[in-house]
Ligand binder design. Structure first.
Ligand SMILES: [Zn+2]
Length: 151
């Protein structure tokens, strides 16, 4: 897809999906990147849990369909949902030299990826796609407002 096609989809769903995943307090920047042959990825998420700031990189040239764009965004947002585990970096990083940090990053990524995939699979097994997750949150917000109104 082109950069503008991907950007249009992201701009349409990001605020609602962010809210649905309770990531309202996060500042999330999306960067649209070209294919980098030495570092092949569709999506990548860098997060700073303390500052609640994340940068999601999307390689628009590798995204073929609208649903791939949505699924990739959901996947990267689920990394932010798990950001509390990144606190271990603050503890361990100061004790490591650069080579050890690289090794630790590989280990950390190997551990965090299955956690994100488990969340994705859980949502899928509940029959939820990106559209449903957003709709479910809207319905529960309405129920919450109605409940609060009755108190
Ligand atoms: Zn991932």
């Amino acid at each position: 897809m082109t950069k503008s096609q991907v950007k249009k989809i992201i701009n349409k769903i990001l605020p609602d999906l962010q809210r649905a995943l309770h990531l309202d307090n996060w500042k999330i920047n999306i960067e649209y990147v070209e294919i980098a042959p030495d570092d092949l990825f569709v999506g990548k998420c860098h997060r700073d849990e303390k500052r609640q700031h994340a940068v999601i990189l999307l390689c628009y040239e590798l995204l073929q369909t609208k649903s791939e764009v949505k699924e990739t965004l959901l996947h990267e947002l689920l990394h932010i949902v798990n950001a509390a585990y990144d606190v271990i970096n603050d503890v361990i990083d100061p004790m490591l030299d650069d080579t050890e940090k690289n090794v630790f990053n590989v280990i950390r990524n190997r551990a965090s990826e299955p956690a994100v995939l488990a969340l994705e699979n859980m949502l899928k097994s509940m029959g939820l796609n990106v559209k449903d997750i957003i709709a479910l949150n809207r319905r529960s917000s309405i129920i919450m407002m109605n409940t609060m109104g009755k108190i």
